[in-house]
Design a protein around this ligand. Structure first.
Ligand code: GDP
Ligand code: IMO
Ligand code: MG
Length: 438
């Protein structure tokens, strides 16, 4: 069974959605396996633009089965809203979507906790998407206060909510009244902790009723699909540098967003995932806090932001922009087991006179090629750059690699060389058609 995975190799927003949509036609099943509505994946088909948070980017091909697997955390209301928005855009969603009964559910206290836990001592805030993702995963690991989608249908749901509400109210009351905890949060949801058991039960039972047609044991479904030799495409969310274990901790998301999370999130054993495509932008962006060695907090960064329209899909925050970081990409290619690369948004770099690629770091006067494991070290590194000549042509209409300007071809080749993996796709615009197969 050819199981293929799409994994972001930077800090998210590498244009994974575009490549998933493109490759969907060669697959039977598309699976989201981690993260939640912190993800914002964009698919552009002709003059239509779709934004996806929880629903797999395979949803636009009706014969393909989309799966939200057990490793995802979901807010049922957000999911229903996403389904409604897509329906309004004439995207049919019915039997082509199944959702795991193992997926953990986000409740109102998770949103409050996201605000309260955003700060890390005196350091820079994490700058989360405030979707309750981290706190929901936290409760999952701690177990006692966690609710999975399948639990909402059980007779003891109300009793469990009553216990959790009682505990959360008492635990959060003291923290909510400390205004300093709110500082640094760029997004400020309601910090009301007067959770009402009746209202929550009524709302969530209502959501669960509406979601019932989609709810299934997706692990069993996927294991049967493996046995039946179906072609499965795994759609990663976020990027490997945001991985909870292998990313720039603590400035990360709360799931394994590198290649390491595919198997645990979906339930499909790693040996069935035969190809991993790593997605990188031709430069680097980051939303939220944390170290970013190649960041250009200057006119260059602003030019990239303007040309690439680098504003968050989910939170609309301006993305931090900088040069391509080959030290980071060499690390994430290896941790994610990447076979080939897809280099995205190359068109954004047109009109720069020269381009820089970070090939090494300098830390305390020493040159290093290894990506530091401690974020405070990463914060101190100086990026060492190689300068390449730019190109002035608009490349958004190019469809063959050979038709790219010579300097653009050299830039792409150099990135492949530095990372040590072949480049399979080059993207020169948001549309499906604006893709070069190398
Ligand atoms: P994802 O989260 O990895 O799916 O990426 P996002 O959707 O958050 O961000 C990628 C953005 O770049 C989206 O607005 C895409 O429509 C857009 N995009 C994708 N590929 C290209 C490209 O090659 N060139 C340009 N200019 N935009 C692109
Ligand atoms: P896609 O799938 C970019 C970032 C947040 C924050 C950190 C933690 O569209 O690439 P969280 O809400 O997950 O606890 O926030 O992770 N982040 C993303 N950045 N793209 C994403 O998803 C992201 N999902 C989370 O900005 O820095
Ligand atoms: Mg995104």
């Amino acid at each position: 069974m050819p199981g293929t995975a799409i994994v972001g190799l930077q800090w998210g927003d590498e244009a994974k959605g575009k490549i998933v949509d493109l490759l969907t036609k060669q697959h039977d099943i598309v699976v989201r396996y981690q993260g939640g509505a912190n993800a914002g994946h964009t698919v552009v088909v002709g003059d239509k633009k779709y934004k996806l948070s929880l629903i797999p980017s395979g949803i636009f091909r009706p014969n393909v089965q989309c799966v939200i697997a057990g490793g995802v955390v979901l807010h049922p209301e957000a999911l229903l809203q996403e389904i409604a928005t897509l329906n309004a855009q004439d995207v049919a969603i019915g039997k082509n979507l199944i959702i795991s009964d193992r997926a953990h559910v986000i409740f109102p206290w998770h949103h409050v906790e996201d605000v309260l836990y955003n700060t890390i001592g005196s350091n820079e805030p994490i700058g989360t998407t405030m979707r309750g993702i981290g706190p929901c995963y936290q409760d999952k690991v701690a177990r006692s206060f966690a609710i999975r989608l399948g639990d909402i249908y059980q007779a003891d749901f109300r009793e469990r909510i009553a216990t959790i509400v009682d505990a959360k109210k008492r635990m959060l009351a003291g923290l909510v009244n400390r205004p300093d905890r709110r500082e640094g949060a760029e997004i400020q949801p309601d910090l009301d902790v007067n959770f009402d058991v009746d209202t929550i039960c009524k709302n969530y039972i209502g959501y669960a009723d509406r979601l019932r047609p989609y709810v299934a044991d997706t692990t069993d479904y996927l294991l049967n699909a493996v046995d039946a030799d179906k072609r499965i495409l795994f759609e990663g969310a976020q990027g490997a540098l945001l991985d909870i274990d292998h990313g720039t901790f603590p400035y990360v998301t709360s799931s394994n967003s590198s290649g390491t999370g595919i198997s645990s999130g979906s339930g499909v054993p790693a040996k069935f995932i035969t190809k991993i495509i790593g997605i990188v932008k031709a430069y680097t962006t980051r939303v939220g806090g944390g170290p970013f060695p190649t960041e250009q907090d200057n006119d260059t960064g602003q030019k990239i932001r303007d040309r690439g329209n680098e504003y968050g899909t989910v939170t609309k925050r301006p993305r931090r922009c900088g040069w391509f970081d080959a030290v980071a990409a060499r690390y994430t290619v290896r941790i994610s087991g990447v076979d080939t690369l897809s280099l995205m948004l190359l068109d954004v770099l047109s009109t720069f006179e020269t381009l820089q690629i970070c090939t090494e770091y300098e830390l305390d006067g020493r040159r290093i090629q290894v990506f530091p494991s401690v974020s405070e070290d990463l914060r101190r590194v100086e990026a060492v750059y190689e300068t390449l000549p730019g190109w002035s042509e608009d490349i958004t209409g190019v469809r063959n690699f050979g038709d790219l300007p010579a300097n653009a071809r050299s830039y792409v080749k150099r990135i492949g060389e530095l990372i040590g993996r072949p480049i399979e796709f080059v993207s020169v615009g948001p549309d499906r058609e604006q893709t070069i197969t190398v």
